[in-house]
Design a protein around this ligand. Structure first.
Ligand SMILES: Cc1cc2nc3c(=O)[nH]c(=O)nc-3n(C[C@H](O)[C@H](O)[C@H](O)COP(=O)(O)OP(=O)(O)OC[C@H]3O[C@@H](n4cnc5c(N)ncnc54)[C@H](O)[C@@H]3O)c2cc1C
Length: 549
């Protein structure tokens, strides 16, 4: 099968991109997902999506721009942030047209709640199931306009010819065959890598940055990888997210002495570090909703109320809910300039991309917006690029290598356990490259990750069946995860300061020598180049190549 536009990822960014690309009905557009279509971080998003609702409210939009820039600690791109905040009212209108029923005020206008780091109430929501409501409406819309869905296809690599994209290589999970889908343009919308912190993350365990490693192998640079956002409030045992909506609706944070110790609506990095300090002092931390009426909790936070009861045995209307900070969102990703990359015909959007919005820290509610706005733009760019282009030849060297990799995993026997390795990656990342890091912990982390990466290359399936082989995909995901974990640690080691979500115990202050992004690419397997992006000739050339795309 061949497509004019292939979109990898069925979250908010991928769906918006595909719908937009399909606005030219003559184009064949497909979305590829590695699992079920409804399984994405987008569908888990609970609290809401930020937007000023009146497109003529210049002052409100300026505040949104300024809050986002402030939240980024100097590392956002003002042009991209301005574009996003100005597009936001149009996006909310579009989502409403596609069938998203945002909660309303009594007068029928869209209701908005407060979110951390926001200087005004601008988060639109559907109870505490905003992401699920949005993805369901977008899936419906994509089906209506004729987007095709290639679910359960695990993307291994992209192929290119003379620096122009020519298709993707996937494993069809149904029978483990390696397949190629030629395409004139490809949009990568494969989500983030917070799942690397397995056991300490709100993300599913398979959100470990597959698509970032695809980009690395294609020769692209990753950017801002050290910035991993810890959400202040996850359940102690299951890491289930207590959405910021809980604090936005008036919830308090209290310690075991019953004291409130932080302004609950500070940005996530500030609140997470304050909680981590309390925990280090031997105190427990709770979210306290007891002063809200049961009706208010039931109508605004129904999922949280249910999950607290089912997973933690806590009735939040009368009891305190114990919490801990958990890895939640990753600001780093594939370097891009307004969705364009250095490979022609290859566009990126959503959490896997760095379009210059979040810098060192993301504001709650800005991620769904980023995904929707830049997803739409990526779709437009892919459509424009694909028009009047011919299909390019596939580089079969890549396909053969991928086939050999799969055969190798099937062919031999092993006594090694990939699952225990996955758990070790999570623990290592949390303990040595988590909310707090320093030179010693990062060296230790790197050492261990290098060892695990070597070991992961010797893993084989115990189950040799080719139909829906979960082990095969888990091994490939683990190999990708280790490639990406190393980029996080190396970038964290390079940034000798504390900024936003990156806190170094050995360099506790902001140092303006580092008021630049860090870029990393992999020269050959296991050998990385890491550098500070300054506005030098190289930076200028990279932007020029992307702009020319
Ligand atoms: C619990 C939770 C609550 C959140 N709440 C909010 C909120 O209230 N507001 C907000 O703004 N943000 C929130 N976020 C963050 C936000 O949901 C995500 O950042 C955003 O949805 C990412 O969207 P995306 O389209 O980039 O990727 P995702 O929605 O993560 O989708 C990734 C897609 O890529 C596909 N994929 C990945 N790897 C491969 C591969 N190898 N082959 C094929 N396909 C692949 C997956 O199958 C999936 O379809 C929350 C996140 C979580 C986890």
């Amino acid at each position: 099968m061949i497509y004019d536009v292939i979109v990898v990822g069925g979250g908010i960014a991928g769906l918006m991109a595909a719908i937009e690309a399909k606005s030219d009905t003559s184009l064949r557009v497909a979305i590829v997902t590695k699992g079920n279509l409804f399984k994405s971080n987008s569908s888990l998003a609970s609290g809401g999506i930020n937007s000023v609702l009146d497109k003529n409210d210049k002052e409100g939009i300026l505040k949104h721009i300024n809050d986002t820039l402030k939240g980024s600690y100097g590392l956002a791109d003002k042009k991209a942030v301005t574009y996003m905040c100005e597009q936001a009212p149009f996006i909310i209108e579009k989502l409403s047209d596609y069938g998203v029923e945002f909660d309303k005020n009594e007068d029928g206008t869209i209701a908005q709640r407060s979110f951390g780091g926001g200087s005004s109430k601008r988060t639109c929501y559907v109870g505490d199931k905003t992401g699920s409501a949005i993805t369901q409406a977008l899936i419906k819309k994509a089906k209506i306009v004729g987007v095709e869905f290639l679910v359960n296809n695990f993307v291994m690599n992209i192929t290119k010819m003379n620096n122009k994209v020519s298709g993707i290589v996937v494993i069809r999970r149904f029978d483990s065959s390696v397949m190629v889908y030629p395409a004139k343009s490809v949009v990568l919308a494969g989500g983030g890598y917070a799942g690397l912190y397995r056991g300490f993350s709100t993300n599913a365990q398979d959100y470990t940055g597959d698509i970032l490693s695809v980009a690395l192998r294609a020769g692209l640079a990753l950017k801002d990888m050290e910035f991993v956002q810890f959400h202040p409030t996850g359940f102690i045992k299951t890491s289930y997210l207590v959405s910021e909506a809980a604090r936005g609706e008036g919830g308090y944070l209290v310690n075991s002495e019953g004291e409130r110790f932080i302004n609950e609506l500070e940005t996530r990095d500030v609140v997470s570090q304050a909680i981590s300090k309390q925990i280090a002092e031997g105190k427990k931390v709770f979210i306290d909703l007891r002063h809200l009426t049961p009706e208010h909790i039931e109508s605004k936070l129904p999922s949280l109320q249910k999950a607290a009861l089912m997973q933690a045995g806590v009735d939040v209307t009368i009891e305190l809910l114990p919490i801990k900070p958990v890895a939640h969102y990753t600001m780093g990703g594939i370097e891009a300039n307004m969705t364009k990359t250095a490979i022609k015909g290859l566009f990126v959007c959503g959490e896997c991309a760095v379009n210059g919005i979040h810098g060192a820290n993301r504001l709650g509610g800005n991620s769904l917006l980023d995904g929707a706005v830049f997803g739409e733009l990526a779709g437009k760019n892919a459509l424009k690029y694909s028009k009047n282009k011919e299909f390019l030849p596939i580089d079969y060297n890549i396909v053969v290598k991928d086939q050999q990799k799969v055969d190798f995993i099937f062919d031999q026997d092993t006594t090694k356990n990939f699952n225990s390795m996955r758990i070790s990656v999570g623990k290592t990342m949390f303990e040595l490259a988590g909310i707090h890091r320093d030179k010693k912990s990062l060296f230790k982390a790197l050492d261990y990750l290098q060892y695990l990466r070597r070991e992961s290359g010797t893993l084989h399936c115990i189950d040799k069946g080719r139909n829906n082989n979960v082990e095969l995909i888990s091994i490939l995901e683990l190999q990708n995860a280790l490639e990406i974990a190393q980029t996080v640690v190396l970038s964290a080691r390079k940034r000798k300061e504390s900024r936003g979500a990156h806190h170094r115990d050995d360099y506790t202050q902001v140092n303006n020598e580092y008021k630049h992004s860090i870029l990393i690419n992999e020269l050959k397997k296991g050998f990385y180049k890491v550098w500070l992006q300054k506005n030098n000739l190289l930076g200028y050339l990279r932007r020029a190549i992307a702009n020319n795309n």
